[in-house]
Design a protein around this ligand. Structure first.
Ligand code: GLP
Length: 265
């Protein structure tokens, strides 16, 4: 009798990061929101604060909408949650329409019971001489809060996470970075015209992100399909910053079918 061998699961063999595929963005966002809610409630039972790393852009909007719904309808409380946002344009007024400070208020913070003192977002208003110190303090505050329990990420068309553009090193920390032209073009829709898009940003570094205990990256739509394949299947490289997440042992990509379309499986 020929020896029976277990069937080979080809779906995993090309993927260096676990990928959960959902039929659409709504289902994927609900899945991520449930994970966040479970973590907040678990930490609450343990009388501990829950430290979340948060992202902006169009990708997490449906996640925030679901968390706001859970707050209103399911009594999910953010009173013991501490947040650190990934990034902010520089320079920018905190209340400018395109500011990530304003984005977070509008889409999330103003609609839940989080305490203002527990919110941290890089400040696009400070003067240039203070930036280094501001970045050092940002890293220190993350450590003092006990480190990030769960970091939520989106992915740029060029593979950036936060504003860590291609070339960002695995040891990089919170810092001022020059935006790629492709990023400025991709984000120009938020501004009156391309010349209004800031040339600089303050971003958590790759190492800051990798120090989080758990990471979930979300991606929706066909525009992300090519870069998603590179990040998940190719060797890790600074040229595709999201591929550096292959070096973390608890990272999951949550994507819709359109973003998963180029995966080899
Ligand atoms: C932006 C943000 C990133 C975001 C990415 C994708 O510029 N700095 O944190 O993940 O680019 O944006 P979007 O979700 O709009 O596709």
């Amino acid at each position: 009798m020929p020896k029976k061998t277990a069937p080979i699961d080809l779906s995993d063999s090309f993927e260096k990061i676990p990928v959960h595929i959902f039929s659409d963005q709504k289902d994927g966002s609900v899945f991520v929101a449930k994970q966040i809610a479970a973590l907040i409630r678990l930490k609450q039972q343990q009388k501990q604060t829950c430290v979340l790393g948060l992202a902006t852009g169009s990708t997490p909007k449906s996640l925030y909408a679901e968390l706001v719904r859970m707050h209103r309808e399911e009594k999910l409380s953010f009173r013991h949650v501490i947040t650190f946002n990934l990034d902010e344009y520089y320079p920018i007024d905190n209340d400018a329409l395109q500011s990530y400070n304003r984005f977070m208020k509008t889409h999330f913070f103003d609609q839940v019971d989080i305490l203002p003192k527990n919110i941290h977002i890089p400040n696009g208003e400070i003067n240039k001489e203070s930036i280094k110190d501001h970045c050092r303090q940002y890293e220190r505050k993350i450590k003092e809060a006990g480190g990030i329990d769960l970091q939520v990420l989106g992915i740029g068309n060029n593979g950036h996470i936060g504003f860590n553009e291609p070339g960002s090193g695995i040891y990089s920390k919170t810092r001022l970075i020059t935006l790629d032209n492709s990023t400025r073009i991709a984000n120009a829709y938020e501004f009156a015209n391309i010349s209004e898009v800031p040339r600089l940003a303050i971003t958590m570094g790759i190492s800051t992100i990798l120090q989080s205990r758990k990471i979930i990256l979300m991606a929706w739509g066909s525009a992300k399909a090519a870069v998603l394949k590179k990040a998940v299947e190719d060797d890790d490289t600074e040229q595709v910053p999201a591929s550096l997440l292959q070096n973390h042992d608890d990272v999951t990509f949550v994507v819709d079918e359109a973003a998963a379309a180029e995966l080899t499986r």
